[in-house]
Write a protein that binds this ligand. Structure first.
Ligand SMILES: Nc1ncnc2c1ncn2[C@@H]1O[C@H](COP(=O)(O)OP(=O)(O)OP(=O)(O)O)[C@@H](O)[C@H]1O
Ligand SMILES: [Mg+2]
Length: 256
């Protein structure tokens, strides 16, 4: 059984169709890349998985199954169990997902404590250990910093570390490296993969960058205007693309 099964999902904003008939699945320990241009509906799809679509959006048809359970049927209480601990998300803009007036340590503690029984001391020790693994030095100092005192890249690394500290089964990573320069992007993705191997997390990695995604994903879904136009093993997508849009995406990296 797949860990997550997305079946024929349609999503509208203000009655306008944005995501059309999307079907995807991801197995345990696997990495699924979703690649597409800005505005094609990637973030919308991730928000639908976690049931955090805004009020003007609606999942008009289709089903999403997590471990065989239809997520449409869950109670609020069941969602609290699933969010964070089972499925967690790294948001597209890490800096704005932190509160500006509280330290990283306070926010990290609140997020983790909500989903676990560890003490503050234990949580901070785990955090510093994990920061170290993704080459964030001076963990203690970071915990005492405010988000604005740190670079965009550092904020993104911290967001990745917090998401990983929850040890979710499934991580939804929405452009987790977009605030970084190209060289650091690959570095942070590699670091994320280290954590992925430690925790055996399944990851849905959303990005504009097919080159970066192809380095780590088992399968890639190509999204265009709300539809999945091609979906296959990474090797097939990269070496034998079928859809015109996939070919264009690949040509754009060969030009670079
Ligand atoms: N809250 C909203 N209300 C109305 N329309 C929205 C809302 N959020 C997004 N949209 C529209 O839905 C479409 C898909 O947006 P979405 O954010 O899912 O795209 P995306 O693929 O994540 O883009 P990007 O790569 O820029 O992050 C876009 O046309 C966007 O303008
Ligand atoms: Mg987005």
């Amino acid at each position: 059984m797949a860990l997550l099964d997305i079946c024929n999902v349609n999503i509208t904003y203000d009655k306008k169709n944005i995501v059309s008939d999307v079907s995807l699945s991801i197995d345990e320990g696997q990495i699924l890349g979703i690649v597409g241009k800005s505005g094609c509906g990637k973030s919308t799809l991730l928000k639908a998985i976690l049931n955090i679509l805004p009020d003007n959006a609606s999942l008009t048809s289709g089903e999403i199954f997590y471990k065989g359970q239809n997520l449409n049927d869950l109670s609020n209480k069941a969602w609290q169990e699933i969010r964070g601990r089972q499925i967690s998300m790294i948001f597209q803009n890490a800096k704005t997902s932190f509160c500006p007036v509280r330290t990283i340590g306070q926010q990290l503690y609140e997020t983790i404590a909500e989903h676990s029984a560890y003490t503050k001391k234990e949580i901070f020790a785990q955090a510093i250990d994990l920061f170290d693994k993704i080459r964030l030095q001076n963990g203690e100092k970071i915990l005492n910093s405010y988000p604005f005192e740190l670079s965009g890249g550092t904020n993104q690394r911290i967001a990745i570390a917090i998401a990983m500290l929850l040890k979710p089964k499934l991580l939804l990573a929405d452009e987790p490296t977009s605030a970084l320069d190209v060289v650091s992007q690959m570095q942070v993705i590699k670091e994320m993969m280290k954590l992925q191997q430690i925790f055996q997390t399944s990851i849905i990695l959303v990005s504009h960058n097919i080159n970066l995604v192809s380095r780590v994903a088992n399968k890639i879904a190509i999204m265009q205007e709300g539809k999945i136009v091609e979906y296959n093993f990474t090797k097939q997508i990269m070496h034998n693309p079928q859809h015109q849009f996939t070919k264009e995406l690949l040509q754009s990296i060969y030009h670079l």
